[in-house]
Design a protein. Structure first.
Length: 67
């Protein structure tokens, strides 16, 4: 059985991470935009989602520059 949290903050963090990955590397994470939308529809906190997406994208871009 798969359980999903009903906590809007946890959903926002998960959705933001998915969206940040998709924005940075869309070819490697093609489903992440849909994942973020589904979690948003499930009740993710929009501010947390946006903050998490920006943070994830920033960290991935920084990591890719090091590679």
């Amino acid at each position: 059985m798969l359980l999903v949290s009903s906590d809007p903050i946890a959903l926002g963090i998960a959705a933001g991470r998915a969206l940040g990955r998709w924005e940075t590397l869309p070819l490697f994470n093609p489903e992440d935009q849909q994942v973020a939308a589904l979690l948003g529809n499930a009740g993710a906190d929009k501010d947390t989602l946006q903050t998490s997406a920006e943070d994830t994208a920033r960290r991935l871009r920084k990591y890719m520059k090091r590679g």
